[in-house]
Write a protein that binds this ligand. Structure first.
Ligand code: GLC
Ligand code: GLC
Length: 820
């Protein structure tokens, strides 16, 4: 069952009923100002950091679902004489949830538009953030389709957050007494804490003359009433309340008379502004907000032509980004995901890491070291300059040991002490992201840039040294089998082999009850081989030939250790626990085989030449693959194992306990292409492809246009149900898997490689790829059933599969690819 459809032409997903199984969200903003917005206008906004600079309130895990948003109410001031219609309603359905005669939500790239109709009144609201601005626009167009004039009241409503979302949700003894606003010329300014240490404020503005406003929540809602029936809306009258403590809100009232057939545009702006520290007040010796700088910005965007201009600029921005790679394959799902939605999701994950979604509350996690390095793999070609900056930000949270803070706060860019370090896979991901960045851009200079450790001034070293330390970090921490020690956890945050926690409330990730000298990770071993191979490539180019050889030796030694202790006979083992027993082995009662090492070890090239890679992937197909995707391990853990940690805390089939953890599926997809099984790779690709799953939306439940972190595995009663959509490494890895390995368009240090491993049934595909300033127009034709590639560049056959950069000044190259 579907709740909407794709409009590929417009690059939109169109939701045709408001009561989707879960709020289906989209993101506004792509620079510093962000918001999440659901298909019924739920969500919230923030500046840079969803925890520390939250502008509006949202109530997670509430009933009804999705409480708090950018609300508009329409009131029929002609009621009750017009007995066909309700007195007031929400044109976005929430929060009043009046039945609407028509409803449509279009989630596009960086904007959302919700159109509805009730009792002859049509409303269309377009929400977006103009490029380069710290504000969002709600552009409301009302049309009277009645045969008579309509007298309408329009209300806008948001609830301000007192900046730190965590404090806002907990510290009521203080917060009920600090809220402050100013209202001037119909603009509402939220300035709590501005008098002392803040120099920023939020505002809500409107293009029309107000009939009234309220800024005290209880005045607007009425005591004990909810957002579904504010007393001010019911009465059609505001009390012009000025908040002083309690809960400051921004609500505005305008009255309109629309003749039959008449339309009218009303613009609302919700924004954020910072004043220089010494220009906070106007006059300077007063306590009044200095609005001199912000008013021209507000005025500008209250004009319809400026709004339209900004909207077109936003569309052009996304067109430019997506243009970097466009494909035409025989499969519509592939085209749609590659050309639009997967790339878009990669950018959302890059912008927000794992901070703010319907499932990430914005107060839990900042920018993850491992997460962001993997996100970079998907977006280096979309935003290379920003990727470069992110690499520096991440590397600056690396510690002198080569280890890294697991997370940092986006606002401060400082490592997060609560979570700390010692996730032993973390540093290796930096090597992969830097390698991907160089392969894309050819910017070798990046390696010379000085970057500090732990953000300490004076500790700067070239980025290259950071990478060396990343590698050394693993080499310095090996266990009894010569395999990497796992630390607190590796990629699988829930395999906590040094934790042994029996106390409720302890964090599985940060609790350590063992000295950590025994438990080893075969996943990190595989990742190490992958990373050190990249490092060898980097060193060779960087004129560090001797080091390149040393890296190759280190990789070889690790391979030997993997074959000696990491191979279980038919697949790769997962780890060794603190007692020295294998995890992910036939010897285990539960958790006999895990997906991660099969993916990463084969990606690192292990067993490709001797059939063991094929054996491992056959075991995945036989034991882990389901119609909804590949589960993380089998059998699921049916009880809690003290020595394994959080993984066994989840009910079987959910999350890391044998859920379909979508992030890992593309590793298997890539591994399948490494052993030339294009059909198999593509089959796995389709199983978790959101667009394919659209037709089972009632089962999948999450948005059909983006990947979810997890789909419930076969051990769960809700098999096939997705959770944790949007912010997941699944986005970047699937993008890499389909574009670089199945379609085979892959940047290398030397140039663009084209080596597709496509399904046997495909006759070929076309692609346009922008790479290092050149437009590659690629035509792939299948001429036989295998994957042997013959390339012609501008009509001339070339050796091998890598196209070295053309003569300087070349703008376009025609590539013909024969696959046989
Ligand atoms: C979450 C985390 C990621 C981790 C994964 C598996 O997606 O963000 O860092 O690798 O879970 O536990
Ligand atoms: C939990 C989740 C895991 C996530 C981690 C982040 O352990 O199961 O997916 O990575 O929290 O801290």
């Amino acid at each position: 069952m579907q709740f909407g459809y794709f409009d590929d032409e417009q690059r939109e997903y169109v939701i045709t009923r408001p009561d989707t199984p879960l709020p289906w969200i989209n993101y506004l903003g792509c620079e510093e100002y962000f918001g999440i917005i659901s298909n019924t206008a739920g969500g919230y906004s923030f500046y840079k950091d969803a925890r520390l600079r939250r502008l509006t309130r949202y109530r997670y895990n509430n009933a009804p679902l999705d409480s708090g948003g950018r609300y508009i109410y329409l009131r029929d001031d002609g009621f009750p004489s017009n007995s066909n219609g309700p007195l007031f309603w929400s044109p976005t359905w929430q929060p009043t949830r009046h039945r609407l005669d028509e409803y449509e939500c279009r989630h596009g790239l960086g904007y959302t538009a919700i159109r509805s109709k009730l009792a002859g009144i049509e409303s269309h609201i377009r929400y977006f953030v103009p490029l380069g601005e710290n504000l969002e626009i709600w552009e409301l167009t009302l049309t009277n389709h009645r045969s008579k004039p309509a007298n309408l009241s329009v209300f806008s409503a948001i609830e301000f957050c007192l900046w730190d979302a965590w404090d806002d949700a907990t510290n009521f003894q203080r917060n009920y007494s600090i809220g402050q606003v100013e209202v001037l010329d119909g603009m509402i300014y939220h300035k709590s804490e501005y008098r002392e240490r803040r120099n920023h404020f939020a505002y809500l503005a409107c293009s029309e003359k107000l009939s009234g406003f309220d800024t005290q929540r209880e005045a607007f809602l009425g005591a004990y009433r909810g957002w579904d029936s504010p007393s001010a809306v019911e009465a059609g009258r505001m009390s012009n309340s000025i908040a002083y403590g309690w809960q400051p809100v921004g609500t505005q009232h305008i009255k309109l008379r629309l003749n039959a057939g008449e339309g009218k545009k009303v613009i609302f702006i919700l924004g954020y502004h910072e004043n220089p520290q010494d220009e906070k007040f106007d006059p300077p010796d007063s306590q009044t907000l200095n609005k001199r700088a912000v008013i021209p910005i507000i005025r500008r965007y209250l004009q319809a032509n400026q709004v339209e201009h900004a909207f077109q600029a936003l569309r052009a921005y996304w067109d430019r980004l997506l243009e970097k790679l466009q494909v035409t394959t025989p499969d519509g799902h592939t085209n749609r995901m590659v050309n639009i939605w997967n790339a878009y999701q990669v950018m959302a994950a890059f912008n927000l890491s794992r901070s703010a979604s319907y499932f990430e509350s914005g107060v839990g996690r900042g920018i993850g070291f491992r997460d962001s390095n993997q996100d970079l793999l998907g977006c280096v070609q979309l935003v290379p300059e920003r990727a470069r900056q992110r690499i520096f930000d991440l590397a600056a949270t690396q510690l002198p040991s080569g280890g890294a803070y697991h997370q940092y706060q986006p606002l401060t860019k400082r490592g997060n002490h609560e979570v700390g370090s010692d996730f032993n896979d973390d540093p290796l991901w930096l090597v992969l992201s830097v390698a991907a960045y160089i392969k894309e851009t050819g910017d070798w200079e990046v390696l010379c840039e000085p970057v500090p450790y732990d953000n300490l001034p004076g500790s700067e070293e070239p980025l290259y040294n950071h990478l060396e330390r990343s590698i050394q970090y693993t080499l310095d921490r090996t266990g009894p089998h010569g395999l990497p020690l796992i630390g607190r956890a590796d990629w699988n945050d829930c395999l906590n082999l040094n934790c042994f926690s029996d106390t409720p409330g302890q964090s599985f990730q940060t609790t350590t009850n063992k000295d950590g000298k025994v438990a080893e990770s075969i996943f990190i071993a595989g990742l190490f081989v992958l990373a050190v191979d990249e490092m060898a490539g980097i060193a060779r180019h960087y004129q560090h030939g001797r080091e390149a050889d040393e890296f190759c030796d280190a990789a070889q030694e690790m391979r030997t250790a993997i074959w000696a202790a990491g191979w279980d006979g038919e697949w790769f083992r997962r780890a060794y626990d603190d007692l020295g027993h294998p995890v992910g082995s036939k010897e285990c009662e539960e958790g006999q085989i895990f997906i991660e090492p099969q993916g990463i070890c084969v990606m690192a090239g292990l067993g490709i030449d001797d059939g063991r890679a094929k054996q491992a992937l056959d075991a995945v197909a036989e034991r882990l693959a389901t119609p909804h995707g590949i589960v993380l391990h089998q059998p699921a853990y049916s009880r809690y194992y003290l020595h394994l940690g959080e993984i066994s805390s989840y009910p079987p089939g959910y999350k890391e306990n044998a859920g379909i953890f979508c992030h890992t599926n593309p590793w298997i997809i890539i591994a399948e292409t490494r052993i030339d099984r294009g059909d198999c790779a593509y089959d796995y690709y389709l199983r978790i492809n959101p667009s394919v799953r659209e037709e089972i939306s009632e089962v999948h439940k999450c948005e059909p246009y983006v990947y979810a972190q997890m789909i419930a595995g076969g051990d769960a009663p809700t098999f096939g149900e997705a959770k944790n959509s949007w912010l997941t490494g699944t986005a970047a890895w699937n993008y890499v898997a389909i574009t670089q390995w199945i379609l085979g368009i892959r940047p290398t240090f030397e140039g663009l490689e084209i080596a597709p491993v496509i399904p046997s049934a495909w006759s070929g595909f076309d692609a346009v790829r922008h790479y290092r300033g050149v437009r590659y127009v690629i035509q792939v034709m299948r001429k036989g059933s295998g994957n042997k590639v013959q390339l012609e560049v501008d009509g001339k056959a070339i050796e091998g599969t890598v196209i070295t950069p053309p003569r300087a000044g070349t703008k376009e190259v025609q590539v013909t690819v024969r696959v046989a």
